[in-house]
Design a protein around this ligand. Structure first.
Ligand code: 1VU
Length: 633
C-alpha cells in the first residue's frame, strides 16, 4: 500500500541534498547553507559545510521573538519531590542567558567542553542550552554512573567546567552527586577549573573554596547584570561545529564519545518532530527518559524546543512514584499529545496493572500516540498498551550514534499498518542494507548485519570525539561504504525492518546500553577472581540483566557467598547502579575454544535456556555441564 511516507522516501532518494536543503529552511541560520553536503570533508563527508548558526537561538530566542514568549517551554513534573515547575519560553531564555553569562565569567568560550552531571531538573536543560548559546560543547553524563565513569569522561573531553547538583532523588533514597563529582575529579588526570553546583533543598553539598561555585549565587548576580544592560548574545558557530559529545558503551572500558554537530542536528530534529512523531508547534510532548541518554538530548530538550513545543521533564519512575498510574496522571494533567518511553517502563506498569484499569481514571482525550524505543518491544507489551490506552503504539529503532530514528512507523507521514515485532520502515535520510559477513547485500527476508549506506543523514554522528581512527575501525571498516550498526536483522518484502539483537558484547538493560566487556574489566579487578565472563541474561522486566560467571584463584580463602557480594558491590562502585549487576555465579572453569576464546554466545544460550549446537572448536564440552549445574539445573 502506497502512502505519503513512500512518496517522501522516494523524494529523498531522488535528491537527498535537495531534500535536506528544503528541510533546512525551517531553521534560522546566521549564514544559510548554499550547499547541503561536502563529500570531501570529515571522515565520510559533512552536512551544511558553508552554513553558520546557533542552536540555542533556534530553540529559544526565535520562538520568543515570534510570539511564544508566554508559552510554557518546560514542565518539570517531579513526583519524587512532590513539586511542579513551569518555565515559559521567555523565562527559560532568561535562565539560559544568566547561566551563559556566569559560564562566560568562569572563562568558558566557544569550543570549550563543559560536563553536565545532573538529575532530572530544569537546570539540566538550562545548562545544555547555555553551552549551546556560547558555542561551548556540552557532555552530559547520566547520574546513574559512578565516579570512575565520570572520571573517564572528564579525561577524554577535558572540560573547562562541570555543572552538577547536590543530589538526585531516587525512590527511597537521595543520591549525593557532589561526593561522586569530587571523587571523579580526584581520580581524573584532567582537573576542570570550575564547578557550578545546584544546591537542592533535599541535601546540601560541601563546597571546595576557589573551585566550586553556587548556582543560585551566580544566577542572581548574572540576572542583576543582565537587568543592568549586560548582553549575552548567541555565539555563531559553524553548522559542522560540535554541539555536544555523548559517551556510549563500546566493547571496551573506554566509552565512545559520539559527536553531534549543530546544523545537521537542528535540521533533522526539527523535521522529525512532525514528520515522524506527528507533533506540532504549541503541543505538549513528553519523552520519559533521562537527559543523560540520547533520547533526553534529542527529545526532552532539543527536538521539542526547536519545534516550539512544550516539553515535559519528568523526575520520577513509571511505578512507585507513587503508583503505576503516574504516566497517565502526567498525560492528563498537562495535556500531553504523545509520549516516548522505553518498553521496560510499560512492562513495569503492566505488571502492576495487568488489566489496564489505571488509565481509565484519567482524561487521556488529548493523547494520540505512544512511542516505544531503546530496546526490543515485545508484542504482549504493545498489545497491552494498545488496549489500555486506545491509541496507536509505535515501536521504533535508533541509536545514540544516529541521534534520531532510523526506522519507525511515521505518524506524521501517515501511519502504515503496524507489524508486531518490527520497529517499522526506513526513515527518509537512511538507506538500510542487510549484509552478509563478506559485505554482500542480502535480499528481502534474509538475516544479516544491519548496515546504513554512507553518508549518514544530517544529525547522525560525523565522528567520535578526538578519535577519527576509532570511528573508522568501530563503524566503517567492517563494511566499506557502510556504517555498521552492530545490530543484526532483516527487512521483509514490504520494507519493514526486524532487529534481532547486537552482534557485539553490548547488552541492553532497561533501555540502558551497557558493555559486558566493561563489566568484565571491573569484575576481574577483584583479587580472588582468576577469570570471568559477563553474559546478558534474558529478563522479563528489563529485557536483559547482566550475569557474571567467575572462576576463583586457587589461593582464594573467601567463601563463594562473600565473593559474590563483593563482586556485586565492586561493579556498582566502579560502573554505577545503572549496571543493575546483581548476579554472580562461581564456576570451576569457563567453556573455551581450543584457542582459549571464552564461548560467551553458547553460555548465553544456556543461561536463556535456548537450544544450541555444540561448538566444534570447544576444548572440553563438560565445561558446559558445569554451567548448567552452577545455574542449579
Ligand atoms: C533509542 C535510542 C536509545 O536507546 S536512548 C536510551 C533509551 N533508554 C531510556 O530512555 C532508558 C529507559 N529506562 C528507564 O527510564 C528506567 O530504566 C526505568 C524503566 C524508568 C526503570 O528505572 P529504575 O527502576 O530506576 O531502574 P534502572 O534499571 O533504570 O536503575 C537501576 C539502578 O540505577 C539507579 N538509577 C537510575 N537512574 C539514576 C540516576 N539518574 N541517578 C542515580 N541512580 C540512578 C536506580 O535507582 C537503580 O538503583 P538500585 O539498584 O535500585 O539501587
Amino acid at each position: 500500500m502506497e502512502s505519503r511516507y513512500h512518496a517522501v522516501y522516494a523524494e529523498w532518494q531522488a535528491d537527498p541534498e535537495g531534500f535536506w536543503l528544503e528541510q533546512a529552511k525551517a531553521i534560522d541560520w546566521v549564514d544559510a547553507p548554499t550547499k547541503a553536503f561536502d563529500a570531501e570533508a570529515g571522515v565520510y563527508g559533512r552536512w551544511f559545510p558553508d552554513a553558520s548558526c546557533n542552536t540555542c537561538y533556534n530553540a529559544l530566542d526565535r520562538h520568543v521573538a515570534a510570539g511564544r514568549a508566554d508559552q510554557t517551554a518546560i514542565i518539570h513534573d517531579s513526583p519524587v519531590t512532590g513539586t511542579q515547575r513551569k518555565l515559559s519560553y521567555a523565562e527559560l531564555l532568561a535562565e539560559v542567558k544568566a547561566l551563559a553569562a556566569s559560564l562566560q565569567d568562569l572563562g568558558v568560550t566557544k569550543g570549550d567542553r563543559v560536563i553536565i552531571y545532573m538529575p532530572m531538573v530544569p537546570e539540566a536543560a538550562i545548562a545544555m542550552l547555555a553551552c549551546a548559546r556560547l558555542g561551548a560543547v556540552h557532555s552530559v553524563v547520566f547520574g546513574g554512573f559512578a565516579a570512575r565513569e565520570l572520571a573517564t569522561r572528564i579525561d577524554d573531553c577535558r572540560p573547562k567546567a562541570v555543572l552538577s547538583a547536590s543530589c538526585g532523588i531516587e525512590p527511597g533514597r537521595t543520591v549525593a552527586y557532589k561526593p561522586l563529582l569530587d571523587k571523579a575529579i580526584e581520580l581524573a588526570a584532567h582537573k576542570p577549573e570550575a564547578t557550578v553546583i545546584l544546591q537542592r533543598p533535599q541535601l546540601h553539598a560541601a563546597m571546595t573554596e576557589g573551585r566550586d561555585h553556587d548556582w543560585a549565587g551566580l544566577r542572581d548576580k548574572a540576572m542583576a547584570a543582565i537587568a543592568a544592560g549586560r548582553d549575552v548574545p548567541c555565539t555563531p558557530v559553524k553548522a559542522t561545529d560540535p554541539l555536544y559529545i555523548l559517551y556510549t558503551s563500546g566493547t571496551t572500558g573506554q566509552p565512545k564519545g559520539v559527536v553531534r554537530d549543530n546544523g545537521g542536528h537542528m535540521v533533522a530534529l526539527q523535521w522529525s518532530m512532525e514528520a515522524l512523531f506527528g507533533v506540532k508547534a504549541g503541543e505538549v510532548w513528553w519523552a520519559a527518559s533521562d537527559v543523560g541518554w540520547v533520547v533526553g538530548h534529542s527529545y526532552i530538550v532539543y527536538g521539542p524546543l526547536l519545534k516550539g513545543c512544550t516539553a515535559v521533564l519528568f523526575e520520577g519512575k513509571p511505578i512507585g512514584t507513587p503508583d503505576a498510574g503516574t504516566f497517565w496522571r502526567v498525560i492528563a494533567e498537562h495535556g500531553v499529545v504523545a509520549l516516548f518511553t522505553a518498553p521496560t517502563a510499560i512492562r513495569g506498569i503492566r505488571k502492576e496493572d495487568p488489566e489496564g484499569e489505571l488509565p481509565r481514571a484519567y482524561d487521556l482525550s488529548k493523547f494520540r500516540t505512544l512511542f516505544l524505543a531503546g530496546e526490543r518491544a515485545d508484542t504482549e507489551t504493545i498489545r497491552w498498551a494498545e488496549k489500555a490506552l486506545g491509541v496507536p503504539v509505535i515501536d521504533h529503532w535508533w541509536q545514540t550514534e544516529s541521534g534520531w530514528p532510523i526506522a519507525i512507523n511515521p505518524a506524521g507521514l501517515g501511519l502504515l499498518p503496524v507489524k508486531y515485532g518490527s520497529p517499522g520502515v526506513t526513515v527518509p535520510g537512511y538507506y538500510i542494507q542487510i549484509l552478509d559477513e563478506s559485505a554482500k547485500p542480502l535480499g528481502r527476508g534474509e538475516m544479516g548485519a544491519i548496515a546504513l549506506r554512507l553518508p549518514l543523514p544530517p544529525g547522525a554522528l560525523p565522528t567520535l570525539w578526538n578519535a577519527d581512527d576509532r570511528f573508522r575501525s568501530a563503524y566503517l571498516d567492517a563494511y566499506p561504504g557502510y556504517y555498521a550498526t552492530a545490530d543484526a536483522g532483516m527487512i521483509d518484502q514490504e520494507g519493514y525492518l526486524y532487529v534481532m539483537g547486537r552482534t557485539d558484547d553490548v547488552i541492553n538493560v532497561a533501555g540502558h546500553r551497557l558493555s559486558t566487556g566493561e563489566m568484565e574489566e571491573a569484575v576481574s579487578t577483584h583479587p580472588a577472581v582468576a577469570e570471568c565472563a559477563v553474559i546478558g541474561m534474558r529478563d522479563e522486566l528489563k529485557g536483559e540483566l547482566p550475569c557474571g560467571f567467575v572462576v576463583l584463584k586457587n589461593s582464594n580463602l573467601l567463601s563463594a557467598d562473600a565473593i559474590q557480594d563483593e563482586v556485586v558491590a565492586l561493579v556498582r562502585e566502579r560502573i554505577g547502579p545503572v549496571a543493575a549487576f546483581r548476579r554472580v555465579i562461581v564456576v570451576d572453569r569457563l567453556p573455551k575454544t581450543r584457542s582459549g576464546k571464552i564461548l560467551r554466545g553458547t553460555m548465553k544460550k544456556i543461561v536463556d535456556r535456548d537450544a544450541f549446537d555444540m561448538p566444534a572448536t570447544i576444548e572440553d564440552s563438560s565445561a558446559l555441564d558445569d554451567i548448567e549445574r552452577a545455574l542449579g539445573r
